[in-house]
Design a binder for this molecule. Structure first.
Ligand SMILES: [Zn+2]
Length: 402
C-alpha cells in the first residue's frame, strides 16, 4: 500500500519520459502525488495500491505535464496597437521608428510605469496563459535598458509568482536594444551591462539567466560575446536571440558558452545546427513573431532534426512582434508554419521547454520525483491541442499537486 496525497486514475497519459518513445503515451494510466511531487506516473496495470486522501476519476481524459512557456517578454508598459494599425495602413518599420514607435516606445512606457501598474498590466496576460494550462513561464526584462528599470521589470516578474500558482523564471535581457542615452556609443552600454548591471542583478538574485539579442539590428557578435562572458563570470546561465533576421553566428556563440537555448533561428545554417547539437543547446522556435511580422523564412526544422537538436516552442509574448498569450495557438502555428509534428509541438511546450530553461530535472515530464504540475484535457486525441484555433479544451490544471 503506497501512501500519497492525491491520485488521478482512469487517465490517458503523455508522460514525455525520455525512456519512452515519442510523447511516452500510456492508454490506461495513473498519476499519484505526495508533498507536491509525483511519486508514480504509469500504467494502471502493475501500479501499486494507493492509499490517498483524494482519488480523482479522469474519465479517460488526457494528462500532459503542465505547459511551459520558455520565452516571453510578458512584463511591459502600454502596448503597440496604434503602431499595428499604422502598419496595416502601410507604414514601414522605418516610418514607425521615426515617429518614435517600435521598441523605444515600449521602453519609454515601461520606464514611466510603476511597479504596481506593471504588475496589474501583466496579470491578465499571465491569467490567459494559466487558463490554457501553463504552469511555468520564463519572463525576460529588456524594456528598461537602465539598471533601475531593468530591476523593476525583473522584480515584477518575480512578484507574479506570489500572485498566482505558477513558477516564474526570470532572464536579464539588458542587451535587447540600445537605450537612447547610448545611441552614439553602443560599446559604452555594453561596458555598463557587463561591469555594473550583470554583477548587481546576480547579487540581488533577480535573474536566473542572461539573454542577448545578437543581430544586425541588435548587438554584434563581439558585443554579445562580452555579455555572455560577464554572465558566466557572475554564475548565471545564458541564452541568446540568434539568427532571426540574418546569419550572424549567434548559434555558434551560444554553443561556445554552453547556452541553455538559442532562440528564433530562422537563418540558422548547417554549421550552426551542428554546434547547437554538440553543446546540447535547445533550439527555441517562435512562430508568433514569424506570423505577426509576416516573415517568409522558416527556421530550418529538417536541419535541426537531422543534427539531433532538441526543439522547444514558445509564445515570445511581447507587445511589438508577438502579442500572444496562447500556448495552444503556439502549437497550432508551429504545426502550420514550421511543419512540426503533433509530438514535437507537445514536447516543445513541455519536455524540451523544460530543457531550454535548464529545469528538466524538476519539470517537463510525468516521472517520479518531478513536481506534480499537470494539464488535464477534454480531448479524445492529443492532436486536438494543436488542431483547434481559439478553442480551449483544458479541463483542469494542477500545480504542485493541487
Ligand atoms: Zn524574444
Amino acid at each position: 500500500m503506497m501512501r500519497c496525497d492525491r491520485v488521478w486514475r482512469n487517465a490517458r497519459l503523455a508522460t514525455l519520459a525520455p525512456s519512452r518513445p515519442g510523447i511516452g503515451a500510456i492508454g490506461d494510466g495513473v498519476v499519484a502525488s505526495k508533498g507536491g511531487n509525483i511519486i508514480y506516473a504509469g500504467a494502471a496495470a502493475g501500479a501499486p495500491a494507493f492509499r490517498a486522501n483524494d482519488i480523482i476519476d479522469c474519465d479517460g481524459r488526457w494528462i500532459t505535464p503542465g505547459l511551459i512557456d520558455c520565452h516571453t517578454h510578458l512584463v511591459y508598459g502600454g502596448n503597440r496597437s496604434a503602431e499595428f494599425e499604422q502598419r496595416l495602413e502601410g507604414a514601414s518599420y522605418e516610418d514607425i521608428a521615426r515617429m518614435g514607435g517600435g521598441i523605444s516606445a515600449t521602453v519609454r512606457q515601461t520606464r514611466a510605469t510603476t511597479k504596481d501598474a506593471l504588475l496589474a498590466e501583466a496579470l491578465p496576460r499571465l491569467d490567459a496563459m494559466i487558463r490554457e494550462g501553463v504552469t511555468t513561464i520564463e519572463i525576460k526584462s529588456g524594456y528598461g535598458l537602465r539598471l533601475r528599470d531593468e530591476m523593476k521589470q525583473l522584480s515584477v516578474a518575480r512578484k507574479l509568482e506570489s500572485c498566482r500558482p505558477i513558477k516564474v523564471l526570470t532572464t536579464f535581457l539588458g542587451a535587447h536594444a540600445l537605450p537612447p542615452e547610448f545611441k552614439a556609443n553602443p560599446d559604452r552600454y555594453i561596458d555598463k551591462i557587463c561591469n555594473v548591471m550583470i554583477p548587481r542583478i546576480a547579487e540581488t538574485e533577480l535573474a536566473d539567466a542572461v539573454d542577448v539579442f545578437c543581430e544586425t539590428i541588435g548587438f554584434s557578435l563581439q558585443q554579445a560575446t562580452r555579455v555572455l562572458a560577464a554572465a558566466k563570470k557572475a554564475g548565471l546561465a545564458v541564452k541568446i536571440h540568434a539568427e532571426q533576421l540574418s546569419n550572424s553566428g549567434g548559434a555558434a556563440l551560444a554553443a561556445r558558452f554552453g547556452a541553455l537555448s538559442a532562440d528564433h533561428l530562422e537563418y540558422l545554417d548547417e554549421t550552426g545546427a551542428a554546434a547547437l547539437a554538440g553543446a546540447g543547446t535547445v533550439a527555441v522556435l517562435l512562430p508568433g513573431a514569424f506570423y505577426f511580422l509576416r516573415e517568409k523564412k522558416c527556421p530550418p526544422v529538417d536541419l535541426l532534426r537531422s543534427a539531433g537538436v532538441k526543439i522547444a516552442i514558445a509564445s515570445d509574448c511581447n507587445p511589438g512582434t508577438s502579442p500572444m498569450t496562447s500556448p495552444l495557438l503556439v502549437m497550432n502555428m508551429a504545426a502550420i508554419f514550421f511543419h512540426l509534428t503533433i509530438e514535437e509541438c507537445i514536447a516543445g511546450m513541455t519536455r524540451e521547454a523544460a530543457r531550454a530553461l535548464g529545469r528538466f530535472r524538476e519539470i517537463g515530464s510525468l516521472e517520479p520525483g518531478k513536481r506534480c504540475d499537470l494539464a488535464i484535457w477534454n480531448v479524445g486525441d492529443l492532436s486536438e491541442l494543436a488542431y483547434n484555433i481559439g478553442f480551449n479544451p483544458l479541463h483542469s490544471r494542477v500545480w504542485g499537486g493541487s
